[in-house]
Design a protein around this ligand. Structure first.
Ligand code: FAD
Length: 384
């Protein structure tokens, strides 16, 4: 086995709030001890804030499905470097600064791959099978015309890391809790505190929100922070660690997550939206499932990619798609910030937020769309 990576690690990538379900994949891959040693900020739930009096707090120890009740909030540069270094310790060679630029598949599913090195020369390797985990690079879908437009509306994000000097003063009771602020129905803000004292802050919304701010990324983010009382109190006088970065129209998908000689994992399959922090969990669980199937395949065991890979991947994506859609439609605001919440329903929703989106005993997994829509309607009808 070899890993081919275009950049060199550590490198920045966004995706800093993990979900408990990804811990199972990290554990099976043998990464947990090294990650524990790094002492990342533990995450045991998530808090959604509409206003200082309208708050919805989920704890992962109160959830429908069994499994991990905690995870981490991580600067991805450090987190991903640990994963890569652990692969190195398992004697898996990693070719850094090596970009996959051409793939030739053969009838027996093996392939020849051209890799462009930093100095521009082409290095050739052969593979029995390819796992494409190239994220936003989307190597195989782009190379072989498999890309498909996402049915989600385009959204944008602007984010940075702050030296969070006010955290302990302003959030004395729970300074390290991840918090999602509802800015307006379609705009929200993540605050992800790290154990190194910095906090990741990002605004996400539709393009028209961002078009109202027309200065530099730094000035735009400052203006956004200044326009929100609680955010301004915590971050208004904090130093940004890097000039805010912008990402837009990130949703993408492809028809099939597998083909002759390859399987796609993580963002290459489908990436929805940062709301609910599903990206790393869907990436690690798809990689976990793909790894099992590739081992079976290389051992000449029969593999049903459609049933054993595509269907479970889509199952997870579709549950999160409903949650993302219904967040932006406002239905999840209605549910999260309703009065007199039913404990069992809270546990079922908490399970989805923890990433347990394959447990069909949970009605918010098995019948996600109907369940969310009818609960929101019931709340609107009875609490109007
Ligand atoms: C604004 C925003 C906020 C987000 N927040 C969260 C969050 O809080 N939690 C969460 O779970 N997810 C979040 N995500 C999603 C998260 O970024 C991704 O889902 C996650 O990083 C996917 O991991 P991956 O391994 O598939 O791809 P990546 O992490 O992108 O890794 C892919 C790797 O492939 C390499 N590569 C690309 N092309 C080539 C090539 N041609 N040759 C060789 N190597 C190549 C890249 O250099 C990269 O290192 C967010 C996304 C956005 C847009």
């Amino acid at each position: 086995m070899v890993i081919v990576e275009k950049t060199t690690f550590p490198r920045f990538v966004i995706g800093e709030s993990l979900l408990p379900r990804c811990m199972e994949a990290l554990e099976e891959a043998g990464f947990l001890n090294a990650l524990k040693d790094a002492k990342f900020q533990e995450k045991s739930g998530a808090k959604f804030v509409m206003s200082d009096k309208t708050i919805c707090d989920f704890n992962f120890n109160e959830k429908h499905s069994s499994g991990y009740e905690w995870t981490w909030q991580v600067p991805r540069a450090d987190f991903d470097k640990i994963l890569a270094d652990e692969c190195g310790k398992m004697n898996i060679p990693i070719y850094y600064e090596s970009e996959v630029v051409h793939i030739q598949f053969h009838d027996d599913e093996s392939s020849d791959i051209d890799i462009k090195l930093k100095d521009g020369t082409i290095h050739k390797i052969s593979a029995k099978f390819i796992i494409d985990g190239s994220g936003y690079g989307r190597v195989i879908p782009r190379m072989f015309g498999l890309e498909k437009e996402s049915n989600l509306a385009p959204r944008r994000a602007l984010f940075t890391h702050y030296i969070d000097k006010n955290r302990n003063k302003i959030k004395a009771e729970e300074p390290d809790r991840i918090t999602i602020y509802v800015y307006d129905t379609t705009t929200w803000v993540w605050c992800i505190p790290f154990s190194n004292g910095n906090t990741s802050v990002g605004f996400v919304g539709f393009p028209d929100f961002f078009e109202k701010f027309n200065s530099t990324p730094t000035e735009n983010l400052k203006a956004m922070i200044a326009s929100h009382e609680e955010l301004n109190e915590q971050f208004g006088d904090c130093e940004m660690i890097f000039e805010p970065r912008e990402l837009k129209s990130w949703s993408a998908t492809t028809d099939k997550f597998y083909g002759k000689g390859f399987v796609l994992t993580g963002n290459v399959t489908e990436f929805l939206d940062p709301m609910f922090s599903s990206g790393v969990t869907l990436a690690s669980v798809s990689a976990q499932k793909a790894a099992h199937l590739v081992i079976d395949k290389l051992n000449n065991k029969p593999v049903d990619w459609e049933k054993d890979y595509m269907e479970p991947c889509m199952q997870g994506v579709n549950v999160f798609r409903t949650f993302v859609n219904e967040w932006y439609s406002g239905d999840l605001h209605t549910i999260f910030f309703s009065k007199n919440q039913n404990e069992e329903i809270r546990r079922q929703i908490s399970s989805v937020l923890a990433g347990y989106v394959w447990d069909k005993s949970n009605p918010f997994v098995n019948n996600h769309e109907k369940q969310v829509k009818s609960l929101a309607k019931y709340i609107r009808d009875t609490q109007a």
